[in-house]
Design a protein around this ligand. Structure first.
Ligand SMILES: [Mn+2]
Length: 320
């Protein structure tokens, strides 16, 4: 158990006092953020609440197999009795949902990122937890909220993705216990594994191959780049680039891997991965955030070449 009892009871009180609840999470949705949002929303609906998930961004194709995605919708209200922010501790990362949060009567944060700083009525931030889905499971379990097979499958998918298939250092006995309990509750593990890890489109693999062959190595650091041109050439999505940063980190002798993604309108997003070094510090210094071994931030430059030079300078200056 990782959540303090007083905070848990406070959350129960906020939920019981609310008729309408919204859940929002960070932009560029990943498996943990979508899994935890949809799972908690489903459980709260089954508990008798009206609960919307604020669908303010596009879902990458690799996550489109998830059940309940229709609830990640643009059909939401201007304000709610309770506004929950999941898997995110930076207010500027919930995109357009900020104004709804400000209009809502109460807000609460449930998250596992390091150094969160959203002002809210309740912060449940457990930064040694490997996934928000682990925390949402604990909340549902301890508060005796409904947990059906679909809720269990969503939570399982979030845990699997955010732990790199149960491999990262913050995975504990607790994580495996929860995975076991989700299995007992009917989580469809084979469905999740098959869709996440045995369904890669061939064009995505060719896109990854080209990024990998263009990667630049500097001692124990590696840099890779996903340009809009390359995305268009292979007819993929920018989200399909993300795996490469892990693949390159996993190489022998590599400690830190950096991926630069071109988003247009002078915005470039950087993902950092490490085996041990704290890369959340670098991300925070550059206006981003994340975890010790997986973090990200944006840079703004007028063209790709300048963005690349800036990114390389940051990469080379990380102490390892
Ligand atoms: Mn997460």
């Amino acid at each position: 158990m990782k959540i303090n009892n007083e905070k848990l009871l406070k959350l129960k009180e906020l939920i019981d006092q609310a008729e309408t609840i919204a859940i929002a999470s960070h932009v560029n949705p990943d498996g943990d953020n979508i899994g935890s949002s949809l799972a908690f929303a489903r459980s709260l609906r089954n508990y008798g609440k009206k609960c919307d998930v604020i669908g303010h961004d596009e879902i990458d194709n690799y996550l489109k197999f998830l059940p309940d995605l229709k609830y990640y919708s643009k059909d939401y209200k201007d304000s709610y009795d309770l506004f929950l922010i999941l898997d995110c501790s930076e207010i500027n990362r919930i995109g357009k949902a900020v104004s709804i949060a400000e209009n809502s009567k109460k807000t609460a944060v449930i998250d596992h990122h390091v150094g969160g700083k959203i002002q809210s009525d309740l912060n449940i931030i457990v930064d040694d937890s490997p996934a928000t889905c682990e925390l949402v499971y604990e909340i549902i379990d301890r508060l005796d909220f409904p947990l059906d097979e679909i809720t269990a499958t969503l939570l399982f998918a979030g845990i699997v993705t955010d732990t790199g298939r149960f491999m990262y250092a913050d995975v504990s006995e607790n994580t495996f216990n929860i995975a076991g309990k989700l299995s007992t509750k009917g989580a469809d593990m084979q469905f999740v594994y098959k869709n996440l890890y045995q369904s890669k489109p061939i064009n995505v693999m060719k896109f990854e191959n080209e990024m990998i062959s263009n990667a630049e190595f500097f001692d124990d650091k590696v840099f890779s780049l996903a340009s809009i041109d390359l995305v268009e050439k292979h007819k993929v999505q920018m989200g399909d680039a993300e795996n490469v940063v892990n693949t390159l980190r996993d190489l022998e002798g590599i400690e830190i891997s950096m991926l630069l993604k071109e988003y247009g309108e002078n915005e470039y997003k950087i993902s950092l991965r490490s085996k041990d070094v704290d890369v959340s510090k670098t991300a925070r210094e550059n206006g981003g955030g994340g975890h010790i071994r997986a973090s990200g931030f944006s840079i703004f430059e007028e063209n790709l070449e300048k963005a690349k030079q800036k990114a390389l300078e940051i990469l080379k200056n990380i102490d390892d």
